[in-house]
Structure formats: C-alpha cells, structure tokens
Design a protein around this ligand. Structure first.
Ligand SMILES: NC(=O)c1ccc[n+]([C@@H]2O[C@H](COP(=O)([O-])OP(=O)(O)OC[C@H]3O[C@@H](n4cnc5c(N)ncnc54)[C@H](OP(=O)(O)O)[C@@H]3O)[C@@H](O)[C@H]2O)c1
Length: 307
C-alpha cells in the first residue's frame, strides 16, 4: 500500500539552497544530452518538470557540448524563477576519448563561469558547483590540473564579489577539502550518493550540521559507471517497492528524502513517465520498519571500495 502525503513535488517539503528555499525534488539535466538530436523532446521533459512544480535544475556547459545549457536558457526565458545550478572544473572535449576534460585552474574556472553566463543568458549564475576531482567516480587530475582548493575558492569568491555567482557549491570533494572550504560559505555539496552507495556519509553529516544542502548525483546509480551500484537492481529494493506498489526507483528516491532533511534530489531522466514517477516519490511515506531495513543495506562494491 502506498502511503502518501500531499501530492506532487511539495510532498517532501523544502530546504534552503543558498538564499532560496526550494522544493526538495529537483531535476538533473545531464541525461538530456542523449536527446541532442531531438530538442523538442528534451524541451518537453523540462516543461513537464516545471509543470510538476520542480524549481531546481542542475546543468553544466559540458553536458552535450553546450546543448543542455542552451535548452535550460530557453526554459529560463519562459520561467525566470527556476533556480539553475551549474558547475565548473571540467570542459567539453569532443575529440577526446571521453567528451570532457579537467579544467581546474583558476583561470579555467573563470572562463567556464563566463561561458555559462553567456550560454544560460543570465547576468548571475544562481549556484556554481566547483567540480573537484578529489574522489570517485569520474575524472582524476594530473600535472598542472592538480590545483589546491584554496586557490580555486579565492577565484570563485572573487567572481561572487563581482556578482557573477550567487552561491558556491562543491562537487566530488573529499572530507578534508570540504572542511577547508567551509569558511567560503558553501551552499551545497554534490557527491555521488545513493541508498546503495554511502561512502560519503561523513560529508553528508557535516553538511547537515552546517545547514548545507546535500545534492547527491547518481541518486539511482547513474549510467556511465557500470560498477557503480544500481538501486533499481537490488533484490531487497525490488521486494520492498513491490510491497508499497511503487517502483524501485521511487523507493530509492523516497529513502534519500527520508534519510536526511538537507537532501535535495536531482534525478536525471529523458522519459516523461520516469520524471512523473520520480516527482511522485516526494509524496511517499515509508514506514519506520522499512527504513530500518533499507538503512541496513550494504553492497559488496561499497565495502570493497570504502575510502
Ligand atoms: N556534480 C557532478 O559531478 C555530477 C556528475 C554526474 C551527474 N550530475 C548531475 O546529477 C544528476 C543525476 O545523475 P544521473 O542522471 O547521472 O543519474 P541517476 O539520476 O542516478 O540515474 C539516471 C538514470 O536512471 C534512469 N532513470 C531515471 N528515473 C528512472 C525511473 N523512474 N525508473 C527507471 N529508470 C530511471 C535514467 O534513464 P531514463 O532516461 O530512461 O529515465 C538514467 O539512465 C545528473 O542529471 C546531473 O545533473 C552531477
């Protein structure tokens, strides 16, 4: 039986992202790069998200080499009140073995902020996540791309003072670097985190104590790293979801929302049906005994790679 609060995105309440209080269910636009040849389908997903009450959109200039920022710009023209969080620290690399490359140097961060301002068509970026390369999964730094976080934050703070950035977030960051960054007034942290992948729990707890939004990427396990645990494939998740007559993805998202108050979600999808399902998970109430069972889940991958 599905236990529901009020319907839709408002069911899970709101939390602060910088200066603004927003519904806890947002939308991650990275998956829309798969629709680069079907702009109208991508726009339909974005429009439906707004129609469902989503206010928080996560993007990057390097998603689809500018395509995703361009459709978010179009959305923002129609809906000026949406909150856009973008990221710097990597850049498009269409000719490379993977389509992004590190861009960690302070001057590259500035160039990327300027590029985002241009491509999103705004005078200030609401939130900019400094995408570090401290922790898995994803790119790692070598040579002159190994840059200290203090030098990066000094440049980010200069751009904030200049009015180009509203709030500064961090992504793929280690616990030590997060602690070091706190005096800069961090508004959110994006590390990979899900029901089955909790290696960054200490960062989540530090964020909770500091009233910083925790915005996990790969909340369902993502698509690009086959070894990263997939929430929808876990037998216990499938079993409990069936009891509630909800999908395994809904259970995974609902668990995240129950887990900590400072969790803001940005699941990604190209599918209208999945989008509706994901938003509806904000209204699902899990019973305490099920939460306890889900809390206890661990997976071999997690234990093997624990840092
Ligand atoms: N800071 C960073 O470094 C960083 C890194 C990666 C991502 N991100 C952000 O985080 C967001 C979330 O990550 P993500 O999109 O990679 O991973 P995710 O949300 O864990 O998973 C997305 C995948 O799950 C599928 N999916 C979504 N909803 C579903 C549902 N209800 N039922 C079944 N399948 C479903 C999607 O496929 P369909 O299209 O078929 O639904 C897609 O393949 C991204 O969109 C991006 O904005 C940030």
């Amino acid at each position: 039986m599905v236990h529901q609060k009020s319907s839709g995105v408002a069911g899970a309440g709101s939390y602060a992202l910088g200066e603004r209080q927003i519904p806890r269910m947002g939308y991650g636009a990275m998956q829309l790069q798969r629709l680069v040849n079907d702009r109208s389908a991508a726009m339909e997903v974005l429009h439906r998200a707004v129609g469902l009450g989503v206010e928080h959109f996560d993007t990057a200039e390097f998603y689809g080499a500018g395509f995703v920022n361009d459709i978010i710009r179009e959305l923002r023209l129609e809906h000026p009140n949406i909150l856009i969080a973008t990221k710097v620290g990597a850049a498009s690399n269409p000719a490379g073995p993977i389509p992004i490359r590190p861009a960690q140097k302070p001057e590259e961060l500035r160039a990327s902020v300027e590029e985002n301002l241009r491509s999103l068509g705004v005078e200030q970026l609401d939130v900019v996540n400094l995408r570090r390369l401290d922790v898995a999964p994803g790119l790692s730094s070598e040579g002159d791309q190994i840059v200290g976080i203090d030098d990066q934050l000094a440049e980010m703070l200069r751009m904030k003072d200049e009015g180009k950035i509203g709030g500064i977030g961090l992504s793929a960051v280690s616990l030590d670097n997060l602690k070091q960054a706190l005096p800069a007034g961090i508004v959110c942290v994006q590390n990979a985190y899900s029901l089955l992948s909790r290696r960054y729990q200490p960062l989540l707890e530090l964020c909770e104590a500091e009233h910083i939004a925790w915005v996990p990427f790969f909340p369902l396990g993502g698509t690009y790293f086959p070894d990263w645990p997939k929430v929808t494939a876990h037998p216990k998740v499938i079993q409990i979801a069936a009891r509630y007559r909800i999908s395994p993805s809904q259970l995974g998202l609902a668990w995240l929302l129950h887990h900590k108050r400072n969790v803001l979600l940005i699941p990604g999808t190209t599918s209208l049906a999945h989008l509706e399902e994901n938003v509806a998970s904000a209204s699902i109430i899990l019973q305490q005994e099920d939460i306890v069972e889900l809390d206890a889940l661990s997976c071999a991958h997690e234990e093997a790679s624990h840092e």
